[in-house]
Ligand binder design. Sequence first.
Ligand code: NAP
Length: 333
Amino acid sequence: MRAIQIVEESGPDSALALVELPEPDPAHMLGWVGPDSSVVVEVHAAGVSFPELLQTRGQYQMKPPLPFVPGSEVGGVVLSAPDGAAVKPGDRVAAFCALGGFAETAVAPEFFTFPLAAELDFAQGAALILNYHTAYFALLLRGRLAAGETVLVHGAAGGVGTASLQVAKGLGAKTIALVSSEAKEAVAEQAGADHTLLLGEGWKDAVLELSGGGVDMVLDPVGGDRFTDSLRSLREGGRLVVVGFTGGSIPEVRVNRLLLRNTEVVGAGWGAYVMGKPDLNREIGAAVNGMVDAGFIRPIVGERFPLERAAEALRTLDERRATGKIVLDVRRD
Ligand SMILES: NC(=O)c1ccc[n+]([C@@H]2O[C@H](COP(=O)([O-])OP(=O)(O)OC[C@H]3O[C@@H](n4cnc5c(N)ncnc54)[C@H](OP(=O)(O)O)[C@@H]3O)[C@@H](O)[C@H]2O)c1
């Protein structure tokens, strides 16, 4: 099969090689998943995300020995599945494989493989798990977002951002999207944001005005120097949910601010939390598919590249140019 490997940790321009490899072993690389619980997937589209970019530099927490095939999630068709799995050969699926997705065949645990609704194409399937499961986990399970509340979403035209706008809507909340350009404002609107704001002087005051004195939640995949203004944007009892640090620096909190305003900072690390919890994954998968069926979730796919141009795909993330989900078309269909 054709696959992209990371052969050295020198950044997206030089770390990748297009190679021919034997079909993967159904014993999934996640050590505790054996061949009896693995689904083999014919990959049509592979999602491209920050972990793959960080892996080209050796900066991600999961560090397999070189060379290895990156790619955490795919949309495709089941080739084989264990007895008792929710999917069977021939089914269209979205699957989270953690590694190995940038290839014509990938292997995922059965509890991380979900039926793909007819309304979504393979590229949207490759955009469904990492971002939407994270959004559901961060907004509801960690942040306790309730119907009628208002959430401010940073990086709202990005993968996690667009997913969070749609999941928040599905939970009955109102959304304010904060982005850095007018083109990204259009993407946030397409994702269903109730309000969009441009990053710049005064965004915090605009949030306070739009929300009538403060939002109930801030969903933050960006971090950096906007963090203090994010805390100032919360109303009493509000929660700031920390999801990532694309801005490049990890903010520090002066906890007196939390005490004085009765607010919370909540960490949301989806992968580490759900990895050993098959039933929780099935529960989140069912909830996300329910929101697809109800029309709230329609993944926004941005630029698409053929498999052999994976380096360019990673650079769009690196250079802050990505909107929605970046996808590799692994098979031409
Ligand atoms: N906690 C978890 O479980 C979890 C799960 C999935 C992903 N994540 C993390 O969430 C973060 C966002 O992932 P994503 O897939 O949504 O990324 P993305 O599609 O590239 O979006 C990230 C957004 O961050 C903003 N940004 C600000 N400064 C940036 C910079 N210097 N470089 C790039 N972007 C910058 C951009 O929005 P503006 O230009 O509008 O500011 C961009 O749209 C990543 O750090 C990822 O690792 C965490």
